[in-house]
Design a protein around this ligand. Structure first.
Ligand code: PRP
Ligand code: URA
Length: 208
């Protein structure tokens, strides 16, 4: 189990714009997508490749290709859907599964309300997409459902993580890797990451 924090001035730049209370819905969506592309890029650093020969205008060279069939991307509804365009930017043939998790606003307990996956999860790397890892309840429950369905290699890709969420996922699922654009300070009593960016789903879909 490891937690990888992306450390890059461009990530910090885009994250600063994303967090801003005055950022428009349009900009929030675009920035979520752009940051997601960078998180996916980092998470696929060990993607299996197949060798190929390439004929260039000047000669021939060995090349290597990433087979997108090796991966399944699983946005956690709703906010995780905001990360799918970012995946498609670099893997246009990617396969997707969908899992619906909703936190009860009072207890913060997650409820699984939807689950639909491509076949052969056991043979693929499953990348869970959710911009926010707060208490970790939703991510941990989503990963449990994926394991029940046969997934064995799972990565959790987020934009903002709180220390509480990282600790919870590390404890419940010591076998998975987390990739996050940043780690914030703490989760407040209402379940929000501080300083965070507010409610990601509401900001992506304009439902605040
Ligand atoms: C948000 C977010 C995560 C969850 C994180 O979803 O997208 O799934 O909260 O919180 P946790 O780590 O404490 O579980 P939310 O329940 O607000 O649903 P939504 O995506 O439909 O807005
Ligand atoms: N979910 C969000 O959308 N934002 C938070 O700060 C915590 C959970």
């Amino acid at each position: 189990m490891s937690t990888n924090i992306l450390n890059h001035p461009l990530i910090d730049h885009k994250l600063s714009l994303l967090r801003g209370v005055g950022t428009s819905t349009k900009d929030f969506r675009e920035l979520t997508s752009e940051i997601s592309t960078m998180v996916v890029y980092e998470a696929l650093h060990d993607a299996p490749t197949v060798s190929t020969m390439v004929k260039t205008p000047m000669g021939r060279t060995k090349g290597s290709l990433v087979d997108s069939d090796n991966f399944v991307f699983v946005p956690v509804l709703r906010a995780g859907l905001g990360m799918t365009d970012g995946v498609l930017q670099i893997m246009p043939n990617a396969k997707f599964g969908h899992i619906g998790m909703e936190r009860n606003e009072n207890t913060l307990e997650p409820r699984n309300y939807y689950f639909k996956m491509p076949r052969h999860l056991e043979a693929r790397t499953v990348c869970v997409l959710d911009p926010m890892l707060a208490t970790g309840g939703s991510a941990s429950a989503a990963i449990t459902e994926l394991k029940k369905a046969g997934a064995t290699k799972i990565k959790l890709l987020v934009i903002l993580a709180a220390p509480e969420g990282i600790e919870r996922v590390e404890e419940d699922h010591p076998d998975i890797e987390i990739y996050t654009a940043a780690v914030d300070e703490y989760v407040n009593n209402a379940g929000y990451i501080v300083p965070g960016l507010g409610d990601a789903g509401d900001r992506i879909y304009g439902t605040a």
